[in-house]
Design a protein around this ligand. Sequence first.
Ligand SMILES: Nc1ncnc2c1ncn2[C@@H]1O[C@H](COP(=O)(O)OP(=O)(O)O)[C@@H](O)[C@H]1O
Ligand SMILES: [Mg+2]
Length: 395
Amino acid sequence: MDGRPPLEHLAAWLRDHPFHVDVALAALTCLATVVLPAGSYWSNPSQAFLIGLLLTVPLAWRRRAPIPAAAVVVAAGLLELVAVETFLAANVSALLMIYALAAYAPRWAGRAGLAIGLFGAVLAALRFFSANAGDALIVTAGSIGVAVVAAWALGDLRRARGLRMAQLEERARLLELERDQEMRLAATAERARIAREMHDVVAHSLSVVIAQADGGRYAGRTDPEAATGALEAIAATGRQALADMRGLLGVLREDGGEEYAPQPDVAAVSGLVEDVRTSGLDVDLLVEGAPRELPAGPQLAAYRIVQESLTNVLKHAGPASRAWVRLHWRPDALELSVLDDGRGASAAMVEADGAGQGLVGMRERARLHGGRLDAGPRPGGGFGVHAVLPYPARR
Ligand SMILES: Nc1ncnc2c1ncn2[C@@H]1O[C@H](COP(=O)(O)OP(=O)(O)O)[C@@H](O)[C@H]1O
Ligand SMILES: [Mg+2]
C-alpha cells in the first residue's frame, strides 16, 4: 500500500474503470429521471417508462461505444416525439450523449451530435411546447439549444485535454526511449574501449614474451647468461600484463571507477621502447618539442598506439628489422610516428586476410580524441604508422 490519500485512490480507481463509472451514471440518471418520477406526471406511463429507459440506459456505453449509444438515444427521442405527450426528464440524457460524442467519438460524430441536438431542440419545442405560441416557443427552443451547444463545447474541451495528455505521454515515452538508447550506446562504447585495451595489452605482452622466448631458446646453448636475461624479461612482461589486466578488470567490476588503475601515459613510452629493445628489436626513440600537459585519455591513446605499432613490428616486420619511434610535440598537436624497415607491403600482401583488431583499435583511439591515424606500407619499403592527437582546446 502506498501513502497516497484515499481521495487520490478513489480518483485513480475511477480513471481505471470508466465502464463502471458510466454504468453508475446511467443507473443514477435512470433512477432520477425515469424510475422515481414514474407514474407521477406522464399521460401514458408505460410507453414513457420504456422510452425513458431507452434514453438513459445507453449512457452506460457513452465511452465504450459512443456512436451506437447515441444512435439508440436518437431513436428513443424520435419515438418520444410520436408516442408520448409530455417532455420527459430523461431527455437530459441527450445532453450527456452530446458531451460524450464530442469528447470520445471521432470529430465528425461530435459535430453530427451537435446538429442533431439543435434540430431535436426545435422539434421538441414544436411538439411539446406548442401550447405557448410565438416568442415563448422560440425561447424554449433557444434554451434547449443553448444547453446542447454548452454540452458539445464542454465535450470538445474534454477532447482537447485528452489529446494534450496523449501528446505529453508520447513525449515522455520518446524521451525515455532516447535515454535508453543513449545508455545502450554508452555501454557499447565502453565495451569497445575495454576490447581495445584487452587486445593491446594481451597482444603486446605475448609478442614480447614470444620474441624473448625465441631469443632465449637460441642463446640457451651458448650463452646461459643471455638466456637467464630473456627469462627475466619474460617474467617481467608477464607480471606487467597481469597488472594491466587487473586494472582493466577492476574498471569492469567497479562500474564508474574509471581511473581504478593508473594508466600508462606518454612519459611511459620510453620504458616501453626500452622493453621492446630488450626483446631484440633495434628501436630508437626520438622526442621533439617541449612536452605538454595532456588529459589521461589522449595520454593513454598515445601510449597504446606506440605499443600496438611496436607489437606489429615484432609480429609482422620480419627478423633483422629496425624501428623508429618519433614523438613530436607540435604547437597544436602531438604527432606520433612509428616506422620500420621490415617487410612492409609484402607482409601486408602475404597476410592480407589477417587484418586484426590492432589497426582498427589504433584508428578508433585517435578518432576518439579528435585526431587521426594513417598506417600502411611505406613507399621506400617497411611499414609506417602516423598519428596526430590534437591538444584539447583551452578554456
Ligand atoms: N609493421 C608492420 N609491418 C608489416 N605489416 C604490418 C605491420 N603492421 C601491420 N601490418 C599488417 O597489417 C595487418 C593488420 O594489423 P593489425 O590490425 O595490428 O592486426 P594483427 O596484428 O592482429 O595481425 C597485419 O596483419 C599485417 O599484415
Ligand atoms: Mg597487431
